[in-house]
Design a protein around this ligand. Sequence first.
Ligand SMILES: Nc1ncnc2c1ncn2[C@@H]1O[C@H](COP(=O)(O)OP(=O)(O)O)[C@@H](O)[C@H]1O
Ligand SMILES: [Mg+2]
Length: 282
Amino acid sequence: MSTENKILVPEADPFFYVSRETRNIIDKIRLISEKKPVNVLVTGRQGCGKSSLVRQYAAVYNRPLASFQIGILSEPGQLFGEYTLREGETSYKPFLFPEAIRTDGCVIHLEEINRPEHPKALNMLFSLLAEDRQVWMDELGLLQVAKSVVFFATMNEGEEYVGTEMLDPALRDRFYTILMDYIPAEVEVEVLVKKTGVDKEKAEEIVDLINKLRGNSQTPMDVSTRTTLMIGELVAVGVSIRDAIIYSLQTDRDHLESILLTMHMERKDIDAELASEFVLFR
Ligand SMILES: Nc1ncnc2c1ncn2[C@@H]1O[C@H](COP(=O)(O)OP(=O)(O)O)[C@@H](O)[C@H]1O
Ligand SMILES: [Mg+2]
């Protein structure tokens, strides 16, 4: 069995937009990373471009990228490897993480760092993120972070996360923090046109509706750029904006109806529409 883990430089997104401030600070972070250990925490609402920012950083600066879901970790050593039983013998099989931290210039993306399943799951990361950048493991010996490695952690922050566990202050202390938010309307229109091929008028209409939902005073919704793009993809292949919204927003039927109403879209009968006629799928 070949478990050759490839840590590759990702391809750049030709239509990824960030604010000038973010662009500038990112450049400085790259400079620091050549000389000193640096960790960056990117926070913002779901789908506002956090993961894309990390990916784009790696792509633009020609660095290999390795991503790890911290949100699913339930014990401290889980990132590093596991014991396996083969022909009655137990042996330790390292995962991608130890390889990534020993890869020069690697961009290491720790996703959902605020939500590990077990509070102690981050223990070993603490030492790696500290100035001396090393940790001792019985199984792998002294693990030392290679030069110019940058740790990027991302976490979703937004209304729906208020009340869930925030990042341990001792951990947060080790990061520069970049706050992201949804891109401005004109930029989102541009992204829609460029990435999905919808025409500009339709893109403007979509973004306008989405921003009404985001800013709705009674029931504001977190509609991500990812969702806007999904709507755009449907509209680009001929689906009406109304239907594209129905199929892309994750919300219940009643809420959807009231949304369509406030958007002055005919509510028709969503039920009837979704179940009107049955045809063979063949
Ligand atoms: N600023 C942006 N410019 C272009 N595309 C964006 C931007 N923000 C988000 N997107 C697109 O939206 C989708 C979701 O972005 P992602 O980075 O996965 O969000 P997050 O990690 O914050 O949940 C991706 O397809 C990404 O290309
Ligand atoms: Mg993400």
